[in-house]
Design a protein around this ligand. Structure first.
Ligand code: PMP
Length: 415
C-alpha cells in the first residue's frame, strides 16, 4: 500500500490501518482494490450504504440532475430538490405512520444532527443536562462526544460542554435491578443533587457500542420515564434508521414516538452527506438562524434521498426482506455460538454481531475475513464484536457467500 497514508495522513485515521489496501471502485455489495481484487462489503460505510455502493437507480437520477445543472450547493435556500424531498418524506414516511415532525437540515453528518437535537432540547426545556447511556455513541463533536459512553472516543478532547449523566443501557445489570429505578428515585429526591435533565438520548440498538439491542418494553419504559419527569426523548437513528433493523425507523417496533429523531448516514441514499433532525412540530422553537451551517442543504443528496424513498419505501418489500435476511444471519450466528465457546450472537434486522469473550479474536476474524475477500469491522468498547452489516440490498447469494466466509474465518482463528 502507498506509504503516503502513513506519512501524510493524521494518526487519527482508522480504516486505512485496518485494511491494508487502497480501494478504488465499488458496486452494490462489492468494493474493489486498485489492483481489481473484489471484497464483499459487510460494513457498508458504517450504515451509510443501506442501498449498496453506486446503486444504479439512484445513480441515474444523480447523473440526470448533474447533467441539467441542478443546484449543487444551495445553503438553506428553497430549492426544487429540497421541496421534492420534503414532499416525499411526508408521503412515504410521516403520513403513513401518523407522525407529526418538522425537518431541520442540521448539517452534513450524523454528529451535526445530534448537536442540533441537544441544543434544541436544552432550549425547549430550559434545563441543562442530558441523560445518555453506557456504551452509547453519538458522534465526535464536543456535544455529541459528551453523551458518548466510550471514554476512549473522547480522545483527550477536554471537558464536555453538555452536562451528561450516564445511565445503564438495557440489560446492563443482566436483569438484577428493576429498569429506571435509579433515576426515578434520584429525580424524586430533592436531596440527590440531580437536577431534572432536559432530555434522554438513546440508540434503540447500539452500533458502535457493540451491537447491543434494547427490548421494545425497555424502550416503552424509557419513554414513560421521560413523560414522568418532563424530559424529551431523543432517538439517535443515525446508524440504525433507514431500515437497518427492518422498519424505516428503528423505534417503530416499540410503538414509541420520540420528541426528536436524528437521521443521517443512509438518509442521503447514495452515501453522500446529509443530516436531518426530526422535531415534533410543537417543539420547533428555533428562531431563524439560531442553528445554521454552510452545508445544510446538499441538493444532490436530496435527489438521491428522494429516489431512495420512492424506490424502497413505497411498500414493505425492503422491510420484509431485511427481517428475513437478518433471521438467516441470526441462524448462522446461533450455529457458531453453539459450536464455539465464549461467543454470543447479537442484534436484530441486518445489524448483527458476533461477540467474543476474548476481544483479540474479533480482530482476528476481521483480518481472516479480509484475507478471504471480505470487509468486516469490529465494534464494542474493546472491539470484541464482529459487526455484520451488509447493504440491505445484498442478494441471497452474496449473503450466503458472506456467511460462509464468516464461518470459515471464525473456524480458522479458533482452531
Ligand atoms: N450517532 C450514531 C448512532 C452513529 O453511529 C454515528 C456514527 N457512527 C454518529 C451519530 C455520528 O455520525 P457521523 O460520523 O456522520 O458524524
Amino acid at each position: 500500500m502507498n506509504d503516503i497514508f502513513a506519512t501524510l495522513e493524521s494518526e487519527a485515521r482508522s480504516y486505512s490501518r485496518t485494511w491494508p489496501t487502497t480501494f478504488d471502485r465499488a458496486v452494490g455489495s462489492w468494493i474493489y482494490g486498485e489492483d481489481g481484487t473484489p471484497y464483499l462489503d459487510f460494513f457498508a460505510g458504517a450504515g451509510a450504504l443501506n442501498y449498496g455502493h453506486n446503486n444504479p437507480l439512484l445513480k441515474r437520477k444523480l447523473l440526470e440532475y448533474i447533467e441539467r445543472d441542478g443546484i449543487h450547493h444551495g445553503l438553506d435556500q428553497a430549492t426544487a430538490a429540497k421541496r421534492e424531498f420534503l414532499e416525499t418524506v411526508d408521503e412515504k414516511l410521516l403520513k403513513p405512520r401518523g407522525l407529526d415532525y418538522k425537518l431541520q437540515f442540521s448539517g452534513p453528518t450524523g454528529t451535526n444532527s445530534v448537536e442540533a437535537a441537544l441544543k434544541l432540547a436544552r432550549k425547549i426545556t430550559g434545563r441543562e443536562s442530558i441523560i445518555s447511556f453506557t456504551n452509547a455513541f453519538h458522534g465526535m463533536t464536543l456535544g455529541s462526544l459528551s453523551v458518548t459512553g466510550n471514554s476512549m472516543k473522547r480522545g483527550g478532547a477536554g471537558i464536555p460542554l453538555v452536562h451528561a449523566t450516564p445511565m445503564p443501557y438495557d440489560n446492563y445489570f443482566e436483569g438484577q435491578y428493576p429498569d429506571f429505578l435509579y433515576f426515578d428515585r434520584l429525580l424524586a429526591d430533592s436531596g440527590s443533587g440531580l437536577n431534572a435533565p432536559a432530555a434522554v438520548i438513546v440508540e434503540t440498538l447500539q452500533g458502535e457500542g457493540g451491537i447491543n439491542s434494547s427490548r421494545p418494553e425497555w424502550l416503552r419504559g424509557l419513554s414513560d420515564l421521560c413523560k414522568r419527569h418532563d424530559m424529551l426523548l431523543i432517538v439517535d437513528d443515525v446508524q440504525m434508521g433507514c431500515g437497518r433493523t427492518g422498519p424505516f425507523f428503528s423505534f417503530e417496533e416499540a410503538g414509541i414516538t420520540p420528541d426528536i429523531v436524528c437521521l443521517s448516514k443512509s438518509i442521503g441514499g447514495y452515501g453522500s452527506p446529509l443530516a436531518t433532525t426530526l422535531i415534533k412540530s410543537e417543539h420547533d422553537v428555533w428562531e431563524p438562524g439560531e442553528h445554521n451551517g454552510t452545508f445544510r442543504g446538499n441538493n444532490p443528496a436530496f435527489v438521491t434521498a428522494t429516489e431512495a424513498l420512492r424506490q424502497y419505501w413505497s411498500d414493505d418489500a425492503l422491510q420484509r426482506s431485511t427481517v428475513a435476511k437478518g433471521e438467516r444471519v441470526g441462524q448462522v450466528l446461533d450455529e457458531l455460538v453453539n459450536t464455539h465457546e465464549g461467543t454470543v450472537a447479537k442484534g436484530r434486522g441486518l445489524a448483527r454481531g458476533l461477540g467474543f469473550e476474548d476481544p483479540d479474536l474479533a480482530g482476528k476474524v476481521s483480518k481472516a475475513a479480509f484475507d478471504r475477500g471480505m470487509i468486516l469491522e469490529t465494534a464494542g468498547p474493546n472491539s470484541e464484536v464482529v459487526k455484520i452489516m451488509p447493504p440491505l440490498t445484498v442478494t441471497d447469494e452474496e449473503l450466503e457467500q458472506g456467511l460462509g466466509i464468516i464461518t470459515d474465518s471464525v473456524q480458522a482463528v479458533t482452531a
